[in-house]
Write a protein that binds this ligand. Structure first.
Ligand SMILES: [Zn+2]
Length: 125
């Protein structure tokens, strides 16, 4: 990866799926070859259902359907829809952030705002 990877991570929580997708097509190795082969794209559909008995920030898998999960309505609002995972490893674009209000550690690639306390993220300059 090169310097545009740093730009890619910056404020990733505020980027749309299309913006992330476009940026991925421009990430190159130092030799100029694309890092990601977007022809290898795979889609996974998961269903989320609101259950406010579950604490914010947590997901509860359905006992009988592995594609079905339950979460607090705050968690569902905070979660980015159409999450784009760039590689086999989910940590590839991890951008760890500690919430200023509740001190929970979050990965900014998955959230619009803090799913635990609803605090907006501070923009990275
Ligand atoms: Zn928080």
């Amino acid at each position: 990866m090169n310097a545009n990877d740093i730009y890619f991570r910056k404020n990733i929580y505020s980027k749309s799926n299309n913006e992330i997708y476009n940026e991925l097509t421009h990430i190159t190795h130092d030799g100029g070859h694309n890092v990601y082969d977007l022809n290898q794209e795979q889609k996974f559909d998961l269903s989320l259902f609101a259950d406010d008995k579950i604490a914010p920030g947590l997901f509860k898998p359905d006992q009988s359907n592995p594609q079905k999960f339950y979460a607090n309505s705050l968690t569902i609002r905070a979660l980015k829809k159409n999450i784009l995972l760039a590689g086999e490893d989910f940590d590839e674009f991890a951008e760890i952030y500690v919430c200023e209000k509740c001190n929970k550690e979050l990965d900014l690639q998955f959230w619009h705002f803090c799913p635990f306390c609803e605090t907006q993220f501070r923009a990275q300059i």
